[in-house]
Ligand binder design. Structure first.
Ligand SMILES: [Ca+2]
Length: 290
C-alpha cells in the first residue's frame, strides 16, 4: 500500500467516525430548558377547577413556638412575622434547617401581624396598634413607621402596590413608597357573595392567595376584579396544638415553590397544587386571634 492510498483510507475512516459523533438535531427551544422535578415546575400551576387540593413535596422544620402571622420568601431565605403581645418578632429563617438567622423583637406593646418585602424593605403590620413598621431587608434596621386605619392582618406586594387585609372582605391597596391607600378590592366569590376574614396574603403568579381565618381554605383572588378564581383546600397536615389555619404562605417566584405553615406548626411545608380528590372540605379551625 503506497502512502497516498493509506492517507486516503484514513481520511475515509476518520470521516465515518466523525459522523458518529455529530450531535442529533435538537429543537432550539428545548436546549436550555432547566431540568427540574415535576413538583417544582408545577408548583404554581394551579389546576383550572374551582376547587383544588395540596400535596406536600417536602417538610422543613419550623419553630413550634412561632405564632406565625406572615411569611415570605426572598433571596434564598424565608422571612416570618410572629404575633402575640410580648412574643412578636420579625425573623429571617434558613429554609432547610429552620434555624433563625436574624431576629428583631417588637416591643411588648405591639402584636405583630403580616410581613412582606417590597423594594429592599420589609413592611410589618400590627394588629390593633394602627401602625406599620418599615425595615431594611438585610439588616432589619427600622427605617420608619406609618399610620394605619383599622386593624392590620395580612400583607403582600404585587410589585407595584402593597395589598393589605384587615379581616373583612376588603383588601386595601397602598402606595409602596408613601404607604397611603390608593384603592381597594371587594372580594366576592363566583356567586357574588362577599368573602370575609381574609387573612395572610401572598402574591402568586398573578393571583392573590388569601387564607380565610378560622378555616382550612385559601382563596385565589383576581387582583383586578377581586373575584375568587378558585379555592385551595388543605389536606390533613401536622399542625400546632390548636390546629390553627395556614397563616404563613410564601412563594419563591424564581424557583416556583410554594410554602405553607401556620401558628405553632412544627413544619413549613413545600407544596404543589393538585386536583381535589373527593368533595371540598369545609373544616373550620380554631383560633382566638388573627
Ligand atoms: Ca405571605
Amino acid at each position: 500500500m503506497n502512502r497516498l492510498r493509506l492517507v486516503f483510507i484514513l481520511l475515509i475512516l476518520g470521516g465515518g467516525l466523525g459522523f458518529l459523533f455529530i450531535p442529533a438535531a435538537v429543537p432550539p427551544d428545548s436546549v436550555f430548558l432547566p431540568i427540574m422535578p415535576p413538583s417544582r415546575a408545577d408548583a404554581w400551576n394551579a389546576p383550572a377547577e374551582d376547587h383544588c387540593g395540596l400535596r406536600v413535596v417536602r417538610a422543613y422544620p419550623h419553630d413550634p413556638e412561632a405564632f406565625t402571622q406572615g411569611l415570605f420568601y426572598e433571596g434564598g431565605n424565608l422571612y416570618e412575622g410572629t404575633g402575640l403581645y410580648g412574643k412578636s418578632s420579625l425573623r429571617r429563617l434558613d429554609l432547610v434547617s429552620g434555624r433563625i438567622v436574624r431576629i428583631r423583637r417588637l416591643s411588648p406593646a405591639f402584636f405583630g401581624e403580616g410581613v412582606t418585602s417590597c423594594r429592599n424593605r420589609i413592611i410589618q403590620l400590627t394588629w390593633r396598634e394602627r401602625v406599620g413598621f418599615v425595615y431594611d431587608l438585610q439588616t432589619f434596621r427600622l427605617l420608619g413607621r406609618f399610620p394605619r386605619e383599622g386593624e392590620g392582618w395580612g400583607i403582600t406586594c404585587d410589585g407595584r402596590r402593597l395589598i393589605v387585609s384587615d379581616g373583612t372582605d376588603r383588601l386595601q391597596l397602598l402606595d409602596p413608597d408613601t404607604y397611603r391607600p390608593v384603592g381597594s378590592l371587594s372580594v366576592r366569590d363566583r356567586e357574588g357573595r362577599s368573602v370575609a376574614r381574609l387573612n395572610e396574603l401572598e402574591f402568586v403568579e398573578g393571583e392573590i392567595f388569601a387564607n380565610i381565618w378560622q378555616s382550612d381554605r385559601v382563596a385565589r383572588i383576581c387582583p383586578k376584579t377581586g373575584r375568587v378564581a378558585g379555592w385551595i383546600h388543605l389536606p390533613e397536615l401536622e399542625r400546632g396544638p390548636a390546629g390553627e389555619e395556614p397563616n404563613g404562605i410564601a412563594y419563591d417566584a424564581r424557583g416556583k415553590r410554594l410554602f405553607i405553615t401556620g401558628k405553632l406548626w412544627p413544619h413549613v411545608y413545600e407544596v404543589i397544587l393538585t386536583p381535589l380528590v373527593g368533595p371540598p372540605r369545609t373544616k373550620e379551625t380554631g383560633g382566638a386571634a388573627p
